[in-house]
Design a protein around this ligand. Structure first.
Ligand code: ADP
Ligand code: MG
Length: 728
């Protein structure tokens, strides 16, 4: 049987790889399929275009007449490019993207039809979509869910369909997606950050978060994907013995990109560039078959849409190359899993990066203000950051020795550590003397503009300052970046609001502005010590140290999700107006439900694999050994029985042991599932799956993996790691 897999493997490696025939000058077709500012300029009356350009970047409603004009332009443009359908494109809470296509054409009687699309269809749709998760925010009998146009993210054409980015809300106006709270958080952060910036620079009138994601993924040949029910249905292997050679030679990371993969990447990049996704970097990752791609950073809303779109595109392109993309956080045990680093910063209308140290004491004080406020914000909400990245898949990564642990902390590097120390020791609670001030400012002015802290650039920290941005590394590869971005934007919003209030209060008492800022920052530095950690986050020492500091280390999703309901989180989201208590609760429910469902599916699939694939093959091999034993008995002289037959009997016994263990544990697992399923409450069900079903998945796997190395290779029914990995 296994020869089949080997033959597949050989055939695959000989495949001709399709190359694309797009022009090599990317600028000639970049954004070709996007309803961009340039297209609008061509398709809209000049005054209308000017009106839109002025509002660009602001999140505000667009009036009906304008919507009609834009819709007409969109329609004309889309049809000229061969589009036949349009869809509202949204990001529901299951983490996927959703579309429901409608044709432009509308029958107008007598066998005639016209192409119709106006402001009404552009601005709002009622896709029903009652099967998408709502966490109890709507019942199916009042299933109305609305999608409403997000003019701040450009529409695009994919597969002949005009896709219009939208928010997705319930009939009652509750958010059912990532985009609506994200847009609210963008407005909120803009407002307060601008106020804070105005303390330094009157020209700053707009502040927006930027996001640059780094997407890790695995590629696998289609044939193996379909030969493994676990990959097909769960996106990860539920069993499989670690190959003799994994990643220990460290030869894959940054190595030459395999030919077949390179063809896939190139085709993907062309598709991405046409859609205006500025993908820039591609390379091999640590594990065999693991790769990464990263774009140039963009305004967060667009960057999130682009990440979701990129994931969809990667899957489409992979199909054409007879490959499948695995976005799961841990598709293969024993080799590294995949994450999605979220590089986050704040930019201004003046072209400044607020997290980039400047040339002068004044600009550095602006930098330090945002830098220190962010650290304090994380210190106030570590549990929330842990919660938003929690998922069944990511649990396999966090805390394993390859990914940041489940303990949230911030790394800032030695240079900035000493700057904070400086402020802490030199700033006084009283009015400082001119000499004291000059001394302090001199030191602050010395922060290098580009921080090359490469000597100790800590790769183990979940949240690291990397010179001009914070890099949130704990996000899972399959996640929608929206969840992490909403959390980061919201905590800094709340933090900056309180900062501004405290500054205003001090200034009202005639404390000079710079001194007020220094005093508050010094207070924050003192209050944030628990969250700063420069050492090795993978070490056991850190686990102990974190416990002493009172930092939580919640290893599994259900426990981590509790933070959504904590008084601290509820206050954060309701005070900032980003999510209501109801909406938070819905998010909690949806994630609990999703967690239980993922484990339910994994457990069913593993039960099926064990019963229908592994056990029959193992029993067949056991019979071969038994026949052999009987035969030996017939021919061997009795004197040599004990040694030879003893060995044979030992192997048969071992196989029996594993078979029995698998049968018993699968039966126990089915029972555990039944009991968990009977629980009405989504959270209780999730905990039950976590505590009773999940450990059994590991036990069953252990025995299957043992059998994999005992049973004849030609009888083994599943492709093995060594066959699936090491793509050429
Ligand atoms: P790595 O983490 O692999 O070493 P880098 O540190 O160079 O890579 O990070 C690259 C990522 O950081 C890219 O996705 C890039 O777009 C993003 N990035 C760079 N500057 C910013 C910024 N100001 N805001 C957000 N993301 C940024
Ligand atoms: Mg990175």
């Amino acid at each position: 049987m296994n020869n089949r897999f080997r033959a597949v493997r050989a055939a695959i490696d000989q495949n001709e790889v399709p190359y694309s025939d797009m022009p090599s000058r990317v600028s000639e077709y970049f954004g070709q399929d996007v309803f961009s500012a340039q297209v609008m300029r061509d398709y809209l009356p000049r005054d209308v275009f000017r009106q839109i350009a002025e509002g660009a970047g602001k999140v505000e409603p667009i009036d009906r007449k304008l919507a009609d004009l834009i819709a007409a332009a969109m329609k004309a443009w889309a049809i000229s490019k061969g589009a036949t359908h349009y869809t509202h494109w949204f990001l529901p809470l299951n983490g996927a993207t959703a579309e429901k296509h409608d044709a432009f054409f509308t029958p107008v009687g007598s066998g005639l039809s016209i192409e119709q699309f106006d402001g009404t269809q552009l601005v709002q749709q009622e896709p029903d979509a009652s099967s998408l998760p709502s966490g109890g925010l709507r019942n199916t009998f009042e299933a109305r869910g609305y999608s409403a146009w997000d003019p701040s993210s450009p529409s695009f054409i994919m597969d002949g369909t005009l896709c219009i980015p939208t928010i997705f809300i319930s009939y009652t106006g509750d958010a059912l997606d990532f985009k609506m709270p994200l847009l609210k958080s963008l407005s909120a952060i803009d407002e307060i950050s601008t106020e804070v910036c105005q303390l330094f620079d009157r020209n700053i009138t707009r502040v927006y978060p930027t996001l640059g994601w780094e997407q890790e993924y695995f590629l696998i040949d289609k044939n193996f994907y379909f030969a493994r029910p676990d990959l097909t249905l769960c996106g990860r292997t539920l069993c499989g013995h670690t190959p003799a050679r994994g990643q220990q030679l460290e030869d894959h990371y940054f190595g030459a990109i395999p030919q077949r993969v390179s063809a896939f990447m190139k085709a993907f990049e062309v598709a991405a560039w046409r859609l205006g996704i500025p993908v820039k970097t591609r390379h091999n990752e640590v594990a065999p078959n693991q790769f990464e791609l990263a774009p140039v950073y963009e305004e967060a809303n667009i960057s999130i849409d682009h990440n979701q779109l990129a994931m969809v595109l990667m899957e489409k392109v992979a199909h054409k190359h007879n490959l499948r993309v695995l976005f799961h956080e841990k598709p293969f045990a024993g080799v590294n899993g995949s994450g999605k680093h979220n590089n986050w910063s704040l930019a201004t209308n003046t072209g400044k990066n607020l997290l980039s140290p400047g040339h002068t004491p004044k600009t550095n004080l602006l930098f330090l203000t945002f830098f220190i406020n962010f650290i304090r914000a994380v210190g106030a909400h570590p549990g929330l950051l842990r919660a938003v990245i929690a998922s069944a898949g990511n649990d396999h990564r966090l805390g394993a020795n390859e990914a940041p642990p489940a303990i949230m902390s911030v790394f800032i590097g030695s240079q900035l550590t000493s700057v904070l120390k400086e402020i802490e020791t030199k700033v006084k609670e009283r009015k400082m003397t001119p000499d004291e001030k000059t001394d302090l400012k001199l030191n602050i002015g010395k922060i290098p503009r580009i921080i090359f802290d490469n000597t100790d650039r800590n790769r183990t920290s979940p949240l690291a300052f990397t010179g001009n941005k914070f890099e949130f590394r704990a996000v899972g590869s399959s996640a929608n970046c929206g969840a992490a971005m909403i959390a980061m934007n919201t905590i800094i919003t709340q933090q900056l609001r309180s900062f501004k209030q405290q500054i205003d209060a001090l200034m009202a008492k005639n404390v000079e502005k710079d001194e007020a800022i220094f005093r508050i920052l010094r207070k924050y530095i003192k209050e944030s010590k628990h969250i700063l950690f420069e050492g090795n986050n993978y070490s056991n020492d850190w686990v102990e140290e974190a416990e002493k500091r009172g930092l939580s280390n919640v290893k599994e999703t259900p426990g981590a999700l509790e933070e959504f309901l904590s008084a601290n989180t509820v206050r954060l989201f309701t005070e900032t107006g980003i999510l209501s208590k109801r909406e938070l609760h819905a998010r909690y429910e949806i994630r609990m439900e999703l967690y239980a469902k993922v484990l339910q599916i994994e457990s069913r699939v593993l039960g099926d694999l064990a019963g229908n694939h592994i056990l029959p093959a193992s029993i067949r091999y056991q019979n071969v050994l038994l026949d052999n034993l009987r035969g030996l008995k017939e021919v061997l002289p009795e004197s040599s029985y004990s040694e030879v037959l003893g060995q044979q009997a030992y192997t048969i016994g071992k196989i029996s042991e594993h078979i029995t263990a698998i049968k018993d544990n699968v039966a126990t697992m089915i029972n555990a599932r039944k009991e968990a399923n009977a629980l009405e409450d989504a959270a209780k069900r999730a905990y039950a799956y976590c505590d009773t079903v999940k450990p059994l998945l590991e036990v069953v796997r252990y025995h299957i993996d043992k059998l994999e190395i005992l049973v004849d290779d030609t009888l083994w029914p599943l492709p093995k790691y060594r066959e699936m990995l090491f793509i050429k």
